[in-house]
Design a protein around this ligand. Sequence first.
Ligand code: HEC
Length: 184
Amino acid sequence: MESLLRTPKIALLIILALLSLAVASCTPNANAEIISPDLGEKLAAAEAGSEVVIQPTPEPKRLADLSPEEITAGLPPAIADALANADPSHGADLALQYGCVGCHSLDPAQQMTGPTWHNIGDTATERVPGMSPALYLYESIVDPNSFVVPGYPANIMPQNFGDTLSEQEIADLIAYMLEQHGQP
Ligand code: HEC
């Protein structure tokens, strides 16, 4: 053995063999459970012998599922009154007049500075849990930074529409946007 170790090549081979053993002992176990955030609970349930129930992802809420009261819940009374008599097609004209369409498009394929208004009525129903779509749209116009749409920067949407638009104009814009729903 001593004479073997004196031969440099054999000593090197032995060292390499030991190294590869060390490395092999570090490789992960392919049969180990893959960890996902809520796996712990599910594993515990499975081990306790109870059935593991995986809840289906809830269907997104749509504007058409809501009653008129649910659509407008929480609006300031003056805006709610204005919305009751609003003219959506005048809202479309105002979107042009106030330059909304420079940043928002009805065409979802068109990349704009602001989020698309394609289906904005349904989007507004879902954006902030517990907030009615009309209230969400109202706040988006008069206080855009109260909720900043993910993936878009804050402070790009003009912050002063609440001062420059009349209540009826805001209501007409909301009515126009609420019409954009149920779109494929
Ligand atoms: C200079 C570009 C710009 C203009 C002009 C503009 N917006 Fe916006 N808007 C944005 C951006 C950017 C966002 C997303 C960031 C945020 O939430 O503030 C946004 C968000 C919104 C949202 C929320 C959309 C969603 O998907 O939740 C509404 C509603 C909205 N704008 C309405 C309007 C209306 C109405 C006008 C015109 C009176 C207008 N915007 C004009 C840039 C603009």
